[in-house]
Design a binder for this molecule. Structure first.
Ligand code: LLP
Length: 433
């Protein structure tokens, strides 16, 4: 089914709806380009993780939404209502969560090169966990915490040496990754040993994130085995019990019809069983279990609506459909060769008769949204919706060519509200001095 998401529907006369609201009506009210997110999908995805883990895991569970996928104040309020924790990777994401009133006691602070100022800010806020990436960070955090008279609860980001078969730039668990400390060469055990000698940090957990947009459950089961073995080694070598296992995110979603990711509940259940089994086999206690899904919580909830400005047919080569946004609101084709499905929201039931390349409006040949997209023959002036854009689109948006960023509207069961307004030209120059 081309719509792919339960958030989307069509009326009898071919109008695309999201969360029960007409997409052309929203485009008329807020203009284009426009991001629309369906709150219903986000809540359902949060519950799929939370409820499944609670059902199949006897230890404590925490689902920390990965803010890097999409971050704005209203979203943190929704996440809190759903009993979610959050993962942040910068002072800016932390500030946004704090501004929204999200509890610092449910925040995991990530990043491979956190600054001293960020560590200080996070200590002040009282974040739940610092996920420490390397030795320099460990000693910096210990020093800053000592100076502030605080203790930082930490976990370590471990490279488990797993290849998760995803795009090179979004694989993160292999030894050549810039993230974390390696298991193979003893680096991970060394940093654990070192942390146990420090006064102002308190080691709670280990963490790994093996990559993103992963379709199999197997790499996650493998990660569980590797990290549970590490917990057992730490216990044996250092006599220390690690109480938290954080397996990161990376659960794949459907961008196009041929993508067939497992259901979120199936992934969560598989992980819960794998950890339980390893704990019994290794004779170590069930750790608190943390997952950090980003894309799978929010990508399928979102669409981007554009207005088509021109259609160029280059016979035998390709048809370009140019829209009023581009790599500034969705850089994923330019970065990863990502592909998307699209629909004409004003005639969503029309048959697809052409294959097009959707081009943006930036002065850059690589400014494409996607290639090989099936569409009905499209015309200038029509709306075009790109599907599954809720994650890593707005959050990676830029002001290249000094284009203002689009607004974000949330819909829920037939109602809608603006959650991020459109940038203005004044916003574009607001930092110029
Ligand atoms: N936890 C950690 C430590 C991470 O590094 C990431 C993503 C996540 C959780 C969430 O992963 P997710 O569930 O969203 O796959 N910009 C790229 C994706 C980069 C992901 C980086 N880390 C893209 O557009 O595909």
């Amino acid at each position: 089914m081309r719509l792919m998401s339960q958030s989307l529907g069509t009326t009898q006369n071919g109008i695309l709806t999201i969360g029960g609201v007409s997409v052309p009506d929203l485009a008329k009210e807020y203009g284009t380009p426009l991001f629309i997110l369906d709150e219903g999908y986000i809540r359902t995805a949060c519950r799929a993780f939370n409820n499944t883990l609670k059902k199949h895991y006897d230890g404590n569970v925490m689902i920390a939404y990965a803010s890097k996928a999409m971050s704005f104040t209203a979203l943190y309020r929704l996440l809190e209502e759903e009993g979610m924790a959050a993962d942040v990777v910068s002072g800016g994401e932390l500030f946004t969560a704090m501004r929204a009133g999200f509890p610092a006691g449910k925040i995991f602070f990530h990043g491979n090169n956190k600054t001293a100022a960020e560590l200080e800010y996070a200590l002040q806020c009282g974040v739940y966990r610092f996920v420490v990436d390397n030795r320099e960070e460990l000693s910096l955090l210990d020093r800053i915490a000592g100076r502030m008279g605080k203790t930082a609860d930490i976990s370590f980001r471990i490279k488990p040496g797993i290849d998760a078969h995803t795009h090179e730039f979004i694989t993160t668990g292999k030894i050549d990754s810039k993230f974390g400390v390696a298991l193979e060469n003893g680096e991970a055990l060394d940093i654990v040993r070192e942390s146990l000698t420090l006064k102002n940090v308190n080691l709670k957990g280990v963490h790994c994130h093996i990559g993103s947009q992963i379709f199999d459950t197997e790499p996650f089961e493998l990660a569980v085995k590797v990290l549970m073995q590490f917990l057992s080694d730490i216990k044996r070598e250092l006599g220390y019990t690690i109480s938290e296992l954080n397996l990161g995110g990376g659960f794949g979603i459907q961008y196009i019809e041929s993508h067939d990711p497992p259901e979120l509940a199936v992934v969560a259940e598989t992980i819960a069983h794998a950890v339980t089994k390893c704990s019994a086999e290794l004779g170590i206690p069930l750790p608190d279990l943390v997952l950090e899904p980003g894309r799978s919580i929010i990508a399928p909830s979102g669409i981007t609506v554009y207005t088509i400005g021109s259609v160029k047919e280059i016979p035998g080569i390709c048809n370009y459909v140019a829209v009023d946004g581009g790599m500034t609101d969705n850089p994923r084709y330019a970065l990863y060769g990502a592909i998307y499905n699209a629909i004409l929201p004003e005639r969503a039931n029309d048959e697809c008769t052409t294959t097009v390349t959707i081009a943006g409006r930036c002065c850059e040949s690589g400014d494409l949204i996607s290639k090989d997209v099936a569409l009905p023959a499209a015309h200038a002036g029509e709306l075009l919706a790109v599907l599954a854009t809720g994650a890593y689109n707005y959050s990676m948006a830029s002001n290249y060519n000094r284009l203002p960023k689009p607004p974000v509207v949330m819909v829920a069961d037939g109602t809608y509200r603006l959650v991020v307004r459109r940038e203005t030209y004044d916003d574009i120059v607001k930092c110029d001095v």
